[in-house]
Design a binder for this molecule. Structure first.
Ligand code: EPU
Length: 419
């Protein structure tokens, strides 16, 4: 397993180009199953999660070609079974359920296993499929969906922890070919849901309201191939802005969408940083004095859970006491014990971290646990004393394109040691 060595004590400066959104690209690639026509998807990031999705699509019978960020897919004849050995590698494999059910009225996909960021049920996805007329069975570790026909329905997708992002995508994808009208209430409002809706619309679907809590889908008999460019990854952009906050003189993220970064920009400004933006870039400068933060993760447009770990890393060395409350995935705090190994002072109480800023962290061997926790460790290591050795970096490669190379281009000193 590769590891990363971060030599601490550097200052970052310059611009970094942001790639396409992982969490948009995954359901969009799955949506190509809905048509026999050729789909061309641009700005697909080069990540291991994307590779798993393309492998699943290949196993389902799709012809897949990939060249420098452009993926061409033709799903002329497809199978409806996705076997465990590939599905288990990525929880987002569940987003093939909706399109398989929508097109073939049947799907057999392994139930995703446990996830380090907490229990991640898919009850809301299944409730939505049932409302559309499918029978849902869980047998031998597989989810089996079957329907004679799918009929539009009114479905509320809001759960105990708020709306579901992939659940909203799955029900949109299952209902675009259903008869009649589907009303999704309590829909997720994330930009990734809008991006998926825009791709489905380009394929001939009739969808309105994406980006609000109420999405309406009018079923059509069939979809056709389409071209689409994936939106910029707002979490990658946010992560580099926090790198700038932690260790930057001045860092600019380019080819991004500032509108999608509202809550992150506000939080950084509240912490005392200076931020400015153009139509497609955001710059962070260290001017001003620091203030501790109280932040709470929430569904979009609130502060994203996918930025929580990176902010914990930043707040660990900022004067004063900050409080970070996680409401979307209450157990998503694996980074805390690793940050403590580097000298952070953090009290964890259920879904709340109280962070007492210390002057400096010191390099230590630490373990990457999930994608964002791993990114947080890289960020924490940038200004730390000495060398931080981060093991199990495959977690980072799931969601960040060459994070080590991009940080090095800004002035970091990071080595990747191949095993
Ligand atoms: N939930 C349920 N039942 C369901 C589905 C979700 O109770 O059927 C709960 C979850 O347990 C959680 C909350 O609802 O407490 C929100 O989960 P959601 O379904 O929105 O998460 P997701 O769609 O599975 C996506 C992203 C995550 C991101 C979340 C929240 C992808 C591939 N994943 O997951 O991204 O944290 O939305 O914004 O889009 C990441 O990129 O690191 C990552 C984990």
């Amino acid at each position: 397993m590769d590891k990363i060595l971060v030599h601490g004590g550097v200052r970052l400066e310059g611009a970094v180009r942001i790639g396409g959104s992982k969490n948009s690209a995954l359901p969009i690639l799955a949506a190509t199953l809905l048509t026999k026509g050729k789909c061309v998807i641009d700005r697909v990031p080069d990540l291991s999660d994307i590779h798993y999705m393309l492998t699943i699509l290949g196993r389902l019978g799709c012809e897949v070609e990939r060249a420098s960020g452009v993926v061409q897919i033709r799903a002329e004849k497809i199978l409806t079974e996705a076997p465990y050995e590939i599905v288990r590698k990525m929880r987002a494999s569940v987003c093939v359920l909706g399109p398989l059910l929508g097109r073939e009225k049947a799907a057999k996909v392994s139930l995703p296993g446990g996830c380090v960021i907490g229990d991640r049920p898919i009850d809301l996805h299944l409730k939505g499929f049932e409302a559309l007329g499918a029978t849902v069975m869980v047998k031998g570790g597989d989810i089996l969906l079957e329907a004679k026909k799918l009929q539009g329905a009114r479905i509320n997708l809001r759960g105990r922890h708020g709306p579901t992002v992939l659940g909203t995508g799955n029900i949109m994808m299952a209902s675009v070919l259903a008869e009649g009208t589907t009303d999704i209430e309590g829909a997720a409002e994330e930009p990734e849901v809008i991006d998926l809706a825009n791709f489905l619309i380009a394929m001939g679907a009739k969808i309105s309201g994406a980006g609000t809590q109420h999405i309406q889908i009018e079923g059509v008999p069939e979809l056709h191939g389409a071209n689409h460019t994936v939106i910029p990854d707002r979490i990658e952009a946010g992560t580099f802005l926090v790198a700038g906050a932690i260790a930057g003189n001045r860092v600019t993220v380019t080819r991004t969408e500032p509108k999608h970064l509202g809550a992150v920009i506000t939080a950084l400004k509240n912490a005392g940083f200076e931020l400015s933006h153009t139509s497609d870039s955001v710059t962070i400068s260290p001017n001003g004095s620091r203030r501790p933060l109280h932040i709470e993760t929430l569904p979009y447009p609130g502060f994203p859970t996918d930025m929580q770990a990176q902010f914990c890393a930043m707040l660990a060395t900022m004067d004063g006491t900050s409080v970070v409350t996680e409401t979307v995935f209450p157990q998503r705090f694996m980074h805390v014990s690793e940050l403590k190994r580097m000298g952070a002072s953090i009290d964890l109480n259920n879904h709340r971290a109280t962070i007492h800023g210390v002057e400096r962290l010191s390099g230590a061997p630490v373990m990457a646990s999930d994608l964002r926790a791993s990114a947080a460790l890289v960020l924490a290591a940038l200004p730390a004393d000495g060398i931080t050795e981060i093991n199990r970096v495959y977690h980072i490669d799931r969601g960040y394109e060459a994070i080590d190379e991009k940080l090095n281009a800004l002035g970091a000193h990071i080595e990747r040691v191949k095993s």
